[in-house]
Design a protein around this ligand. Structure first.
Ligand code: NAD
Ligand code: GLY
Length: 369
């Protein structure tokens, strides 16, 4: 099985993403060049610890790297100030030094919390990402966004803090529940929709094999996704411009996630899938995009079981409620929405000044009001 490397070009903060099968077993050898001393602290959650923990411990030990494990409760609630306080205290008690490398071992929840803890511990220490969900392997572990949630909203307290390395082991996906895998797949589709129609076409043909466990398809899709993200992050690390394209589907999607209380009634990737379908449908309704492209997007999402219509949620949410949540988006400026819309599959663009009344009318039509 081939191992692929994607470089994230950020000058002194550059790093490589290594993608392959059973890389967790080689984590010590892969990380050793980054370690100033042969010890680390692994932050993980209970599900990942039970299914993958021993493999990582052995993978580190086989290269002579000693590791303490901190195992947290799984779920979005772990991305909180309370958990950050406990985690940083534990890391300090374990004697973590600024030049040590903390390992974030899990999905986006563990990656975001651990990355943020690393960004503030001793005014910034180093960390590596070993993502174990598809969503984290193609999105959250790459690009240095770290955050916790507060009552005012999701990801509102955080920092840009790049890892020193990312190791994406597709073997870890074997224990991931299918629903989580599909939610991560929505983020893979996103890269095709933003700028790569050829990749979207490839996914139409190879997506089912990827979801069923085809290793080569998984490695190829993760590599293409990471290349796309690395190019955008390399050009716009702090989201002053084109990095916003990565939010395709997110403004619509976040509204539904908020409505369901960020619970497992709607996973983040499921919200993104529905949001991308709505972004394409809204682009069609504004005369920007051919209807046939939106139909292709929805057909592909639906074929994998991801939601592509509001009706798929089986909820009585109204257009006004969705619009109200959308106006809480962090990209709202002077009452105007910024949306990521599309001229075609693979041709997304940033639309500033989206008119809320038109968006609301579109949503009401969608909800059948
Ligand atoms: P998650 O971290 O909650 O993981 C999903 C579930 O899968 C959890 O129950 C976890 O315990 C379990 N799990 C993880 N790996 C497993 C494995 N290999 N086998 C069995 N179970 C496993 O969710 P996620 O979808 O990975 O991440 C979502 C989070 O990522 C959200 O908080 C979101 O805000 C954040 N995010 C951040 C960025 C970013 O750029 N930083 C981008 C997208 C999403
Ligand atoms: N997931 C969006 C970003 O990293 O910018």
């Amino acid at each position: 099985m081939t191992t692929e490397t994607v470089h994230v070009p950020l000058g002194g903060r550059s790093y490589d993403i290594t993608i392959g099968s059973r890389l967790i077993d080689q984590a010590g050898a892969l990380l050793k060049p980054h370690l100033k001393r042969p010890r680390t602290v692994v932050v993980t959650d209970e599900n990942v610890f039970v299914t993958q923990g021993e493999r990582l411990r052995e993978g580190l030990a086989s290269a002579g790297v000693d590791a303490d494990f901190i195992t947290l409760a799984p779920g979005e609630a772990t991305k909180s100030f309370g958990e950050l306080e406990k985690l940083t205290a534990r890391l300090l008690d374990l004697g973590v030094e600024r030049e040590d490398v903390i390992i974030a071992f899990g999905g986006g929840v563990i990656g975001d919390l651990t990355g943020f803890a690393a960004s503030v511990l001793r005014r910034g220490c180093r960390f590596a990402q070993i993502p174990t969900t598809l969503l984290a392997q193609v999105d959250s572990a790459v690009g240095g966004k770290t955050a916790i949630n507060v009552p005012q909203g999701k990801n509102l307290i955080g920092a840009f803090h790049q890892p020193v390395a990312v190791i994406a082991d597709i073997a870890s996906l074997d224990t991931l529940p299918m629903r989580e895998l599909k939610a991560g797949y929505a983020e893979v589709v996103k890269y095709g929709l933003i700028s790569d129609p050829g990749f979207f076409h490839w996914l139409e043909n190879n997506g089912p094999a990827l979801l069923e466990g085809d290793d080569a398809a998984r490695i190829q899709a993760i590599k293409k996704s990471c290349e796309a993200k690395a190019a955008i992050v390399g050009a716009d690390e702090k989201e002053k411009g084109k990095r916003a394209l990565l939010n395709l589907g997110h403004t619509f999607g976040h509204a539904f996630e908020a409505h369901f209380g960020y619970s497992n009634k709607l996973l983040h990737g499921e919200g993104v899938a529905l949001g991308m379908a709505l972004a394409f449908d809204y682009s069609v309704s504004e005369g920007l995009c051919p209807a046939s492209d939106a139909d292709r997007v929805k057909a592909h999402l639906n074929s994998t079981g991801l939601p592509a219509e509001i009706a798929d949620l089986k909820s009585n949410i109204t257009g006004d409620i969705i619009a109200k949540y959308m106006m809480q988006d962090k990209k709202v400026e002077q009452g105007k929405l910024t949306l990521i819309l599309a001229k075609a599959i693979g041709d997304a663009f940033i639309a500033k000044d989206a008119d809320l009344s038109r968006v609301t009318a579109f949503l009401k039509e969608k909800t059948g009001e």
